[in-house]
Design a protein around this ligand. Structure first.
Ligand code: GLN
Length: 285
């Protein structure tokens, strides 16, 4: 047995040597995960077995994302299970929910929500918690993602208001929706190797790779929005850095009006689209 402070210091040193930012914070998270306690619970352990957390620390030192090690990530204050089948939900994507709430006047009037490329179900489940009368459909091409999203819906008591299907974007759907959300893969293929090792080496290419110019999924999704949007409905997609202008141009080409909605750093991270004419003012980038 070793004092908990020593276990923390050993793990933090391992992480620091591997170039992990915030090694002490991550060491605490790894140790609390290994001990199965809350972070305040660390104080109640005077001594722990020497090996505590070492397997997890070794994985993190190889730059595996912490969320894959703990199996959890918080999104919009919801605790979500994550797996290597899906992208890890990011705070950036909360901008889409923020944008939805900003543009929806009466949340109770939203009855149908679609999330294309649902992954963990993060966007759909967050939107369902905010729109109490809505039923949501999450689509993912990867069956393991759809299964995980359904598990998350059950855990959050949203299973009775959601369905998850395996499919190619909205190909199988003929219904229309009041709110459509998507965080599609948008990284240009050749840029993927330049991303952080946590992303490039561990997150699924199917959730990142947007084809040669990063726009393959946007083209497909936006071309289908006119038939999928209910009257007065809005669609919101996540934009990568520098992609807002291209997305707006695509929207315009399909007869949609679009706006950018800024993330916390002021970048237009969410692009809101609606059928042309439902709003006169238009923002271009
Ligand atoms: N935001 C992710 C990243 O920058 C990419 C997500 C995506 O392609 N949708 O790593």
């Amino acid at each position: 047995m070793i004092p908990v402070a020593q276990a923390l210091a050993t793990i933090a040193a391992m992480l620091e040597a591997a170039g992990i930012p915030e090694p002490r914070r991550e060491a605490r998270l790894i140790l609390t995960h290994a001990l199965g306690c809350k972070s305040s619970g660390l104080l109640t352990h005077d001594e722990v077995p020497e090996s505590t957390g070492m397997t997890f620390a070794a994985r993190r030192a190889r730059h595996e994302p912490l969320a894959y090690i703990t199996g959890h990530r918080e999104f919009w204050s919801l605790d979500l299970a994550v797996s290597p089948a899906t992208l890890i939900p990011r705070a950036d994507s909360e901008t889409l929910i923020d944008a939805a709430l900003h543009h929806i006047k009466d949340r109770a009037s939203v009855t149908s929500i679609l999330d294309l490329g649902t992954g963990t179900g993060a966007l759909l489940l967050a939107a369902l918690t905010e729109c109490p009368a809505a039923f949501g459909i999450g689509v993912d091409r990867v069956a393991a993602a759809a299964v995980l999203a359904r598990t998350n819906a059950h855990r959050l008591n949203l299973a009775h208001r959601s369905a998850f299907i395996v499919g190619d974007w909205a190909e199988a759907l003929t219904a229309t929706f009041d709110l459509i959300l998507a965080n599609p893969p948008y990284i240009p293929t050749t840029d993927i190797v330049t991303l952080m090792p946590e992303v490039a080496g561990f997150e699924p290419a199917s959730a990142l790779d947007g084809g040669p110019d990063g726009f393959v999924a946007y083209r497909h999704i936006i071309a289908n929005l006119p038939r999928l949007l209910a009257p007065g409905g809005i669609a919101i997609v996540e934009a990568g850095i520098g992609q807002a202008g291209g997305i707006s141009a695509l929207a315009e080409a399909h007869g949609l009006t679009s706006w950018g909605h800024a993330d916390l750093t002021g970048l237009p991270r969410a692009i809101v689209m609606t059928a042309l004419g439902s709003r006169t003012q238009k923002t271009t980038w």
